[in-house]
Every structure is written in structure tokens, then in C-alpha cells.
Design a binder for this molecule. Structure first.
Ligand SMILES: [Zn+2]
Length: 442
């Protein structure tokens, strides 16, 4: 039994959202009890105690759209002229990089951001993977990395037509094999989804094959939707339908599915997403960096769509995504009064809803019966902190670098900024060796 206490505790549980001096009790991988430090230390005098020393105790962050494989692009020079639009970014960067990834590259390009997730307080990720030169076994290799770090992860392989029918078939099979392995297993840290790249790289025949392959597996699809304008133009040209309409016609969008981005969607498409109970994931920094536009996130939330928050691999720090989402929509609408409530809802309510479709106990909340995914954040509020203004303190006072301790599934993976069972220097050294070789092949 493990107690984490003597901290200001933000529970995200409506019963008691904030304890000035909170404590929680962990048994195995589950939170058993939540209360005050004095009461719980008296009740469990022999339990191991992690002293938060007045810092903030919070639920671990959930990132609902991530690309671990993107790591080796950091600092890499492109070989073509600088991309002028999103399609050129795909063609000149990502589709050249993912083609040359080897099995070992996949492992190390995952290990580095997984460590960064732990250091920044992210405890669950929904990853979207591509490695057309090494498809078979790629999700199992990724799962080895997530297991080595202790991360909770839901993985998928992005099927597309861009590398021909043999690679397409391998991608479909990898999703099927991994979903069968992960979703029937007893390991509560790992799950699988059916990955699709995006409408613009998927023919009707492929969408049909994927829909058939996924039927009966009980999993949803994880797909990029109307991220760039080219996806919309392609869908209209191929089918006369917009992207959401086209994907919905193949049964791709359901309550367990993730539609990442949804930048270029109209009112009818928003209604389809809502009626299908599909999850949308917003990635503000990525959208701004790729200059694809601003997703109508506030409209989608108003219309009742479950919109969560991700990073698209742009960062491992959900505090950063939270800050940028907050200002992006104010800037876009030229209105400083918007997005104060919606962005916290996306991160702290809607991301846990996405996670609940896959993981067997609640996440994102410190309450009895939830998974023990907990972080301690070093922040000393300069103004009064109450249950009414918690989000203002998180927004303006905290960042991923403030996280000192990370617990996932009841296991302490970082304690007082020390990773407990991983050699970060060795992992980064091997990553540098492999990435320098990949840059030559790129
Ligand atoms: Zn993405």
C-alpha cells in the first residue's frame, strides 16, 4: 500500500475537487481512498508514504493523439525545398521519414518521447504509428517500449494506400493482430485501435477492407480527419462527399473512434460526428505549425461533440497544448472571453471519456476505484487557490517541467525528478546514433 499526501490535491472529482492538504491511498494499481493527510496517515500508519511537501497532487495527463515515431525528425534538415503547404510537409518530411524506419529505430524513437511524457506528467497516450518499411510487428515493438517505461498506451498502425497493396495488407493485419493481442489481454496498460492514415490516402476499396477487418474486434478507428484543405478537396473529387461524410459511410466514425483534427468540417459534418458519438481530438500547436487552419472546436463542443486534446507529436507536454489551445481560440475569434471553460473540459473531462472506451477503470480522476495514475507538480501559488480557480493556476502557473513525481498504474516511474528504472543518457545516446544513420537514408 502506498500513500501520496501532504500536498494540495486537485482530484477532478466533482464530489471534492480540491483538498488544501490532500492524500490518496493506492493499493496495487488502483486508488482505494482519498481524503486528508492527517486522517489517512492515522488510518494507514504502516503504509509507504510519498511526501508531496506542499506541492500539487493531480491526476496524470492523457494525450489522445500522439506520434511517437516522429522523434528522429528533431533538428533534421530536409532534402527538398521548404514545404509550402501541408501536403508538401507530408511528402517532403513525414512520408520520407516513416519509410526508412527500422525495427530498432521504432523502439528508440518511442523510448525518448515516452521518457519525456513521464517527465512532463503524461501517463496515458493514444499513439498513431507509421513505418511502411517495417510494418509487421511494429506495434508489438512499440508496446515493448511502452512497457519498458511503464506508460499506459493505446496503439494503432495507420493503414494507407500510399505504399501499395502489399504494405496496405500488412498494415491491416498489424492492427488486427495487435487489437486481438492487447484488448483481450490482462495487461491494463496496453490497448489497441484500428489506425487509418486519412481519407486522402485511402481508396473506397481500402476503407471497405478495413471496415470488414475491424468488425467483431470491438475496437474503434483512429484517423486524421480534414486536417489540411487537400483532404477535403480529395474527398469531394473521389466521392462527391466531404471527409466526415465519406468516412462515416464506411462505418469508420463511432463512439470508440478518434477523428483527429477536424479542421475543415462544416455544420453537417459536425452533426454527423455528434450523432455517431465519435471523439474529435484537437491538436492546436500542430495545426498552427502546419498552417492548416483553426479547427471549429468551440462550435463542435457547443453542438455536443466529445472533443479532446492531443499534441500530434508536436510536444509531450500536455500543459503546453492546454496553454496554446487557450490562446488559439481567443486569437481566432478576436474575443478574449472565449475558451476559458472549454479547454479545461477537453483535457480534464473529454480525454478521460476517450480513455474510458479502452481502459477498464476510470482515468483522469483521483477517486476511489480509478487507476492510480498520479503526478506531483511543484507549484507554490502566489495567490489564493480554491476549487473555483484551479484551472487558472494550472494555466498560468504550471508547465510540464514543474512535474517532479509520476506514478502510473500504481508504480512510481519518476520520483523527485529521477526516473526510477530507466537510463535516460544511454537511451538518448543510442537514439542519436540511430537517428544520424536514418538522416543519411532519409
Ligand atoms: Zn497526427
Amino acid at each position: 500500500m502506498l500513500l501520496v499526501g501532504n500536498g494540495q490535491m486537485i482530484t477532478r472529482d466533482s464530489a471534492v475537487p480540491y483538498y488544501p492538504d490532500g492524500c490518496l491511498v493506492i493499493r496495487d494499481n488502483v486508488i482505494m481512498e482519498v481524503g486528508t493527510t492527517t486522517a489517512l496517515r492515522q488510518k494507514y500508519p504502516d503504509a509507504q508514504f510519498i511526501d508531496a511537501k506542499g506541492k500539487f497532487i493531480m491526476p496524470g495527463m492523457i494525450n489522445t493523439h500522439m506520434h511517437l515515431y516522429s522523434t528522429f525528425a528533431r533538428g533534421m534538415a530536409l532534402k527538398d525545398a521548404p514545404p509550402q503547404n501541408f501536403t508538401q510537409i507530408l511528402e517532403r518530411l513525414w512520408w520520407r521519414l516513416d519509410k526508412v524506419l527500422t525495427e530498432e529505430d521504432i523502439y528508440y524513437s518511442a523510448m525518448v518521447p515516452l521518457l519525456e511524457c513521464i517527465k512532463n506528467g503524461t501517463t496515458t497516450i493514444f499513439d498513431h504509428h507509421a513505418s511502411p518499411g517495417a510494418v509487421k510487428g511494429s506495434l508489438f515493438g512499440l508496446a515493448q517500449a511502452t512497457k519498458a517505461t511503464g506508460m499506459r498506451a493505446c496503439l494503432c498502425y495507420e493503414v494507407s494506400d500510399r505504399d501499395g497493396s502489399a504494405v496496405r495488407a500488412e498494415g491491416i493485419q498489424e492492427n488486427v493482430d495487435f487489437i486481438r493481442y492487447a484488448n483481450n489481454g490482462s495487461d491494463e496498460l496496453i490497448r489497441g485501435m484500428f489506425g487509418l492514415h486519412a481519407s486522402l490516402t485511402l481508396s473506397d476499396e481500402t476503407l471497405e477492407q478495413c471496415s470488414v477487418a475491424n468488425s467483431g474486434l470491438g475496437s474503434g478507428f483512429h484517423v486524421h480527419v480534414a486536417e489540411g484543405i487537400a483532404d477535403l478537396e480529395d474527398a469531394l473529387a473521389k466521392s462527391g462527399q466531404r471527409v466526415v461524410e465519406r468516412l462515416a459511410s464506411f462505418g469508420v466514425l463511432g463512439p470508440k473512434s478518434i477523428a483527429a483534427h477536424c479542421v475543415h468540417v462544416n455544420e453537417q459534418e459536425i452533426a454527423i460526428l455528434r450523432d455517431a458519438s465519435a471523439n474529435v481530438v484537437h491538436n492546436p500547436e500542430s495545426n498552427m505549425g502546419n498552417a492548416v487552419g483553426c479547427a471549429p472546436v468551440l462550435t463542435m463542443l457547443n453542438e455536443g461533440v466529445n472533443v479532446g486534446l492531443g499534441t500530434d507529436g508536436y510536444t509531450c507536454d500536455m500543459f503546453e497544448s492546454f496553454k496554446v489551445a487557450n490562446i488559439l481560440h481567443k486569437h481566432q475569434q478576436a474575443n478574449p472571453s472565449v475558451a476559458w471553460g472549454e479547454i479545461p473540459t477537453m483535457l480534464f473531462q473529454n480525454n478521460p471519456t476517450v480513455a474510458a472506451a479502452y481502459f477498464p477503470k476510470p482515468l483522469g480522476r483521483l477517486a476511489a476505484g480509478c487507476f492510480a495514475d498520479v503526478i506531483i507538480v511543484d507549484y507554490n501559488p502566489p495567490t489564493p487557490c480554491t476549487e473555483q480557480n484551479i484551472d487558472g493556476h494550472i494555466l498560468f502557473g504550471m508547465s510540464g517541467g514543474s512535474v517532479t513525481t509520476t506514478i502510473i498504474n500504481g508504480k512510481v516511474v519518476m520520483h523527485e525528478r529521477q526516473l526510477t528504472n530507466l537510463d535516460e543518457a544511454a537511451i538518448c545516446a543510442r537514439s542519436r546514433e540511430l537517428s544520424s544513420k536514418l538522416w543519411e537514408r532519409f
